[in-house]
Design a protein around this ligand. Structure first.
Ligand code: UDP
Length: 337
């Protein structure tokens, strides 16, 4: 099988590429403009086994069309996108152009070139502000409260409409909750992640907590402690990137059965910001300062998946549903960058 992974040099994409290289015999091609992903990640992945890498921006419509027409991929896993909520509030068009317009073109080129399977990375941000503190099912209303979530939701709708129009074109849409942790690679008995999260600027909680513990930052800001949650800080569903990546491998099998659907990807388990801070302190035995600051624009109190659909539909079996392992792998990775 020939698979194209867009955004394969990024955090999540690179873990999926790694698993495809290690677990499958697929011919893998990564397309990435290296705007947020990096070449060092590609070089690391090349040590696992050979694959093709093309540095190209999805906005180059003619080149994308030509490339897909020539290569005739069987499947596309589409990660390439911008993903910072606060940036999307300041520059919404950047998000709609890259995440929605470029995705629409990719879908069209995919269909024209005979691609039958499309896996799309969407986000829990499509749900918006869920009023009740209940685990979110895929059937819940979608009301994004930021352009990032809206840009992904629009792409979901476009993908669904395209599939209705071309019934042989099947999709899996994954709505990710809080992806975290790093490559679970062991050298002898030591956990030594080869790839991991490295955003610039970093906005995500776990890497920021770990950076603070390592003294790369002075203190950790906790954005609000007056939410309607037991300790007042926001609750999220933190899923290990290895488990999240593995769902994409299962999705390829699912698509072989000529079906399409939307799935949440999380553990159905929530931790507050304060619990994450304490977990990192416990795991790495380093104390550090925290301070409570104002809420961050666009944050909701509680975002936890109900993952029963993906668990009952796919053969996906999470292996790292363990906050300690998430924190430990994030920490070991952070030490290398
Ligand atoms: N958060 C925090 N301090 C930080 C970064 C994040 O308190 O320095 C909180 C944030 O307000 C949210 C949670 O941690 O409640 C997870 O944020 P993150 O940016 O990791 O993911 P998001 O849920 O926004 O996608």
């Amino acid at each position: 099988m020939k698979i194209l992974i867009t955004g394969g040099a990024g955090y999540i994409g690179s873990h999926v590429v790694k698993q495809l290289l290690e677990l499958s015999s697929c011919e893998v091609t990564v397309l990435d403009n290296l705007s947020t992903g990096n070449k060092a990640t590609i070089n690391t992945l090349e040590k696992i086994r050979d694959f093709n890498f093309l540095q190209l921006d999805l906005k180059e419509f003619d080149k994308i069309n030509q490339f897909l027409t020539e290569e005739k991929f069987d499947a596309i896993i589409h990660f390439a996108a911008y993903s910072i909520v606060s940036e999307s509030m300041q520059n919404p068009l950047k998000y709609y152009l890259n995440n929605t317009v470029n995705t629409t073109n990719l879908i069209e080129c995919a269909i024209k070139s005979g691609v039958k399977k499309f896996i799309f990375s969407s986000t829990a941000a499509v749900y918006g502000d869920v009023q009740e503190n209940v685990n979110i099912k895929e059937t819940f209303a979608t009301n994004p409260i930021n352009p990032y979530g809206m840009s992904k939701l629009m792409s979901e709708k476009i993908l669904q409409d395209a599939s209705k129009n071309f019934p042989d074109f099947k999709y899996v849409i994954f709505r990710y909750f809080n992806v975290s942790g790093a490559d679970m690679y062991f050298d002898k008995d030591n956990l030594c992640p080869r790839i991991g999260e490295n955003h610039n600027p970093e906005t995500h909680l776990i890497p920021l907590v770990v950076k603070t513990a390592l003294g790369k930052r002075d203190l950790l800001n906790i954005y609000g402690d007056d939410f309607k949650t037991p300790d007042g800080s926001c609750i999220r569903d933190y899923i290990h990137v290895e488990d999240l990546a593995n769902a994409h491998i299962e999705a390829i099998n699912y698509l072989e059965e000529n079906k399409s659907d939307i799935f949440n990807l999380g553990y159905s388990k929530g931790y507050s910001v304060k619990q994450i801070v304490n977990a990192v302190k416990d795991v790495i035995k380093i104390d550090f300062k925290t301070t409570i600051v104002d809420r961050r624009a666009g944050d909701t109190a509680f975002l936890v998946a109900d993952n029963s659909k993906v668990v009952s539909t796919m053969k996906w079996k999470p292996k790292f549903d363990n906050l300690e392992l998430i924190c430990k792998s994030a920490y070991e990775w952070e030490k290398t960058i």
